[in-house]
Design a protein around this ligand. Structure first.
Ligand code: GLP
Length: 241
């Protein structure tokens, strides 16, 4: 794992955006694996800025998002599709036909998981996967569990994750209890992985991911085994390393 420590959130966003920009410049038809949550927002702002300045072209890029809430439709402001439209898709020249997320409105988990896994496989896998980190060490929505789920699956969110994500909803009752997520195997097949971690409250989780035992109770710890992982963390998140 390569670890880059940034002075603050702005620098973290710039450094991570540099790595994504380099990927798109070097391979114009890259498949980018994208993430949601508060951490990547600054990165998407940077990418939009670079696109507007004429430094980046997304016209040949495909994107696949890590996850989506079960039951939410694209017009729901809390859905990850809505988030991606707001922060990135509507602001750069990505082709709408090449921006993919799990379909939260497909309530048949078996069919939707297979559809999304097959879609990623058909794209030839992911060139660069952007990841945030949950407080409990989750990546995507791969929650602590007794084993690593390999493929796209429907997951029951833990109480801790529901509480952490409550800030985006009017009340805790509105937070979906389930989500579709890429599996650990899906993520692991990405050629490169970029993990971004911000803030003191993630320091413990990042320490476990980078230096702890590799175990399914800390899903992100599996990244220690991947051949090409870059972690970009701000000083506070990296403070226990
Ligand atoms: C959610 C997402 C994850 C994300 C995590 C952390 O659970 N499914 O992909 O990494 O939140 O989000 P934040 O960056 O807001 O802390």
């Amino acid at each position: 794992m390569k670890i880059i420590v940034a002075e603050n959130y702005k620098e973290l966003s710039q450094k991570a955006a540099n790595l994504i920009s380099a990927q798109v410049i070097l391979k114009s038809d890259s498949v980018l694996g994208l993430a949601t949550g508060s951490t990547p927002i600054g990165i998407y702002d940077q990418l939009v800025d670079r696109y507007q300045k004429g430094d980046l072209d997304f016209s040949q890029v495909s994107t696949v998002n890590l996850d989506e809430y079960y039951g939410l439709c694209s017009t729901d402001e809390q859905s990850y599709r809505y988030y991606m439209e707001k922060y990135l898709f509507s602001k750069v020249n990505l082709s709408k036909e090449r921006c993919f997320l799990p379909d939260g409105t497909n309530l048949d988990g078996k069919i939707e998981c297979k559809r999304y896994q097959d879609l990623i496989d058909a794209l030839g896998g992911i060139d660069l996967q952007l990841l945030g980190l949950g407080h409990n060490g989750h990546i995507g929505f791969n929650e602590p569990a007794d084993f690593f789920e390999k493929e796209v699956h429907l997951v029951n969110l833990t109480e801790q994750t529901i509480q952490a994500n409550q800030r985006f909803f009017a009340s805790i009752e509105e937070v979906p209890k389930q989500a579709y997520t890429m599996g650990i195997g899906t993520i692991f097949q990405a050629k490169k992985i970029l993990l971004v971690v911000n803030g003191k409250e993630k320091a413990e989780a990042l320490k476990k991911v980078v230096q702890g035992a590799i175990c399914s109770q800390v899903p992100g710890s599996i990244l220690q085994l991947h051949a090409d992982v870059t972690v970009v963390a701000d000083k506070e998140a990296a403070s226990l390393l």
